[in-house]
Design a protein around this ligand. Structure first.
Ligand code: ZN
Ligand code: ZN
Length: 271
């Protein structure tokens, strides 16, 4: 084919396209509809064979159309919130391990960077975070209880160690808690006393009085004197077998011993 006829052909095709736009578009549409799988297969093959070329082209396009793409993206995200959330959820569900591994790796390699960023974010968003945290806690109470339970179960040694090293702090916290939650603490005590009184078929008031007279009688039997150091100051009646484990022995006179407050604390490992 001569150059001239090639040029001629090109011109003819251009002319043809121009004059038959609608017809061609219609034909394309029909063809695409009827050959979906074939086209998809072809696209896939094409992508596979032209990865680098496509990546370069995409990069160039992104670079030259940043603002346009950003606006478009924002608009799309705004209009397709639910769709995106569903998609994300699905993706997360199907790629959990992959994502977790990736995140872990990223955290490990960017610890300092993340710490600085986190600190800065926290500083600038304190109020927002406080509100959000409170909101989350409120909506996930059951989850938190479950989580705490699981944590305590899995970290028994750690918790014991913490209790041992922070006795004063915990005692102070307990005192403050009882002070601020009088009703709750009262309810708790009633529940506990009721439970302890059950072996004697007593309600909590009856049991409380029985316990008081038990305590008085134990002290009388010990001549109102600490059995350990002979002090006569601040005397308590101590249950040799703890009453929460042996409620049926809690009013047994042989299960009581008189101790001063100091010695009593020692027995309970509080000092
Ligand atoms: Zn005691
Ligand atoms: Zn004593």
């Amino acid at each position: 084919m001569s150059l001239q006829s090639l040029e001629h052909r090109k011109q003819y095709l251009q002319e043809y396209y121009k004059n038959n736009k609608d017809k061609i578009a219609e034909y394309d549409k029909e063809y695409n509809k009827n050959n979906k799988n074939k086209i998809a297969e072809y696209d896939k093959e094409y992508y596979k064979n032209n990865k680098d070329k496509i990546a370069t082209k995409k990069k160039k396009y992104y670079k030259n159309n940043k603002d346009k793409i950003a606006i478009k993206g924002k608009k799309y995200r705004k209009n397709n919130k639910d769709k995106i959330a569903t998609k994300k959820k699905k993706y997360y569900k199907n790629n959990k391990d992959k994502i977790v591994t990736k995140k872990k790796k990223y955290y490990k390699n960017n610890k300092d960077k993340i710490a600085i960023k986190g600190k800065k974010y926290y500083k600038n968003n304190k109020d927002k975070i406080a509100i959000k945290t409170a909101e989350y806690r409120k909506n996930n109470k059951d989850k938190k209880v479950e989580y705490d339970k699981e944590y305590r179960k899995n970290n028994k040694d750690k918790m014991a160690e913490y209790r041992k090293n922070n006795k004063d702090k915990i005692a102070e916290y307990d005192k403050e808690y009882r002070k601020n939650n009088k009703d709750k603490y009262y309810q708790y005590n009633i529940k506990r006393l009721t439970k302890l009184g059950l072996p004697f078929k007593m309600n909590c008031t009856e049991y409380c009085y029985a316990l008081l007279s038990w305590s008085k009688y134990v002290k009388e039997l010990d001549n109102n004197m600490c059995k350990n150091c002979s002090s006569t100051e601040k005397l308590n009646s101590h249950h040799i077998m703890p009453k929460n484990l042996f409620p049926e022995l809690s009013l047994d006179i042989d299960n009581g011993i008189t101790l001063c407050l100091k010695c009593h604390y020692k027995v309970h490992g509080k000092t």
